[in-house]
Design a protein around this ligand. Structure first.
Ligand code: SAH
Ligand code: SF4
Length: 362
C-alpha cells in the first residue's frame, strides 16, 4: 500500500517517464494530467479514455492521494484558510485571499522553516521537513475543489504565491515540479507571471529558478544593511545583501527587466527610519523592482511591534519620490491568523500547551 506511486508527485516529464517504466506510453501522462487538473478526477475508474487494463494496473500500483485537510476557517473579509495535516506529524496552512480583480492562493512549501527569521512565527517554530510535490500541488487542487473550480470551470484562483510556511528554495526539486504543474497547460495552466516564489535569498537557487522557470520572484529583504539583516534574517550571514542584489540583477536581466518584488516588513524602531528608506533606495539602484511594505503581523511571544501608519507612509513617500513603485500590503484575514508570518502560530501555541499539560500530568 505505502509503496504506491502518488501521481500528484509527478510533473508532465516525470509522469511520462513513469508510464514508460510501467510499460506504457509517455503520452498517457497527458491524459492523466488532464483528468486530475482539468476535470478534478482523482479516481482511476473515472478516467474512461484509459484502457481497462491500464486502469487496473494503476489501481494496483499507483494512487492519487491528496494531503489531508483537517479544518477550514473563513475570515470576515472573505479570506479562507485551510489547515493541512501532514504525514509524520505537524501541519501546514494554505490561505486564499479574494480581491476585486484576482484571487490569490498562498501556499506552503515546508513544515516549519529552518531559517529562523526573528519576526516570523513560522521561523520561530523550528523545522520539521520539506513538503513533497503532492503536498504542495495538493494544496492548490484542494483549494480549487473547495472553491468550485472543477465544477464550474471558472478560474477563481488566478495567482499563486509561495508565501506560506517555509522557504521554497530550500525545497527546490519538489517546488520546481509543483511550479511545472501550476504553469503547464495540462496542469492548472496559470500564466507564469501569476506564480510568484518568495525567498529570503538562497542565491544559488535563485539562479536555478531563473534558468529553469519563467515565474516571478519576490525577495524578502527587510533591511538594507548587513548588520541589521544578519540579525533579523540570519541566512544573510551566508548570502549577504550585495551578493543577493547581484543575483536579483541577473534575474531581472534574464527576464528582460521585468521587475521583481522586494518585500519589506515594517518593524517599529528596527528598520523603519527615513534613513532606512533612503538606504533601501540606494540598494535598489539599477535593479527593476517594486516594493511591498508589509505591516508586521504580531504573534504570541514576539517582542516586535508594527510601525505606526504615519511612519509607514513617510517611508513609502521616500521610495515613491525616488520613482520606486511601492505599495503597502493590506493585512488580510488576521481575525483567523491568516496574515503573513502568522501561519500556524495558534497550532504551535496549542501544541506547546498540550505538551505542558502532559508534562504536568506525568
Ligand atoms: N520563506 C519565504 C516565503 C514565506 S514568508 C520568504 O521568507 O520569503 C512570506 C513573507 O512573509 C516574507 O516576506 C516574510 O518575510 C513575511 N513575514 C514573515 N513573518 C512576518 C510577520 N510576522 N509579519 C509580516 N510579514 C511577515
Ligand atoms: Fe522562513 Fe521566510 Fe519565515 Fe524567514 S520569513 S523564517 S525564510 S518562512
Amino acid at each position: 500500500m505505502t509503496n504506491k506511486a502518488n501521481l500528484l508527485d509527478y510533473d508532465r516529464k516525470s509522469l511520462g517517464s513513469y508510464f514508460i517504466e510501467i510499460g506504457d506510453k509517455s503520452f498517457r501522462a497527458q491524459q492523466v494530467l488532464k483528468w486530475i487538473y482539468h476535470q478534478g478526477a482523482i479516481d482511476f475508474e473515472a478516467m474512461t479514455n484509459l484502457s481497462k487494463n491500464l486502469r487496473a494496473n494503476l489501481e494496483q500500483n499507483a494512487c492519487i492521494k491528496l494531503p489531508e485537510i483537517t479544518s477550514e476557517q473563513k475570515s470576515e473579509d472573505g479570506t479562507r484558510k485551510w489547515l493541512i495535516q501532514v504525514k509524520g506529524g505537524g501541519s501546514v496552512e494554505t490561505v486564499f485571499i479574494p480581491e476585486k480583480d484576482r484571487g490569490t492562493l498562498c501556499i506552503s512549501s515546508q513544515v516549519g522553516c529552518p531559517l529562523e527569521c526573528k519576526f516570523c512565527s513560522t521561523g520561530q517554530q523550528g523545522f520539521n521537513r520539506n513538503l513533497s510535490t503532492s503536498e504542495i500541488i495538493g494544496q492548490v487542487w484542494a483549494a480549487n475543489k473547495a472553491l468550485g473550480y472543477f465544477e464550474n470551470d471558472k478560474r477563481i484562483i488566478t495567482n499563486i504565491v509561495f508565501m506560506g510556511m517555509g522557504e521554497p528554495l530550500l525545497n527546490y526539486d519538489n517546488v520546481l515540479k509543483a511550479i511545472n504543474l501550476l504553469t503547464d497547460d495540462l496542469g492548472f495552466g496559470l500564466a507564469r507571471r501569476r506564480v510568484t516564489v518568495s525567498t529570503s535569498g538562497i542565491i544559488p537557487e535563485i539562479d536555478r529558478l531563473k534558468d529553469d522557470t519563467n515565474v516571478s520572484l519576490a525577495i524578502s529583504l527587510h533591511a538594507s544593511n548587513d548588520e541589521l539583516r544578519n540579525d533579523i534574517v540570519p541566512i544573510n550571514r551566508s548570502y549577504p545583501i550585495s551578493d543577493l542584489l547581484a543575483a536579483c540583477k541577473r534575474f531581472t536581466v534574464a527576464r528582460d527587466d521585468e521587475p521583481i518584488t522586494i518585500e519589506y516588513v515594517m518593524l517599529k524602531d528596527v528598520n523603519d527610519s527615513l534613513q532606512d528608506a533612503h538606504d533601501l533606495v540606494g540598494c535598489l539602484r539599477g535593479i527593476p523592482a517594486k516594493v511591498n511594505l508589509i505591516p508586521f503581523n504580531t504573534f504570541p511571544g514576539t517582542s516586535y511591534n508594527c510601525s505606526e501608519i504615519k511612519t509607514i507612509n513617510s517611508f513609502r513617500d521616500v521610495l515613491v519620490k525616488s520613482k520606486i513603485i511601492t505599495i503597502t500590503r493590506k493585512t488580510r484575514g488576521d481575525d483567523i491568523d491568516a496574515a503573513c508570518g502568522q501561519l500556524v502560530g495558534k497550532v504551535t501555541a496549542k501544541a506547546a500547551r498540550h505538551q505542558k499539560i502532559l508534562t504536568e500530568l506525568n
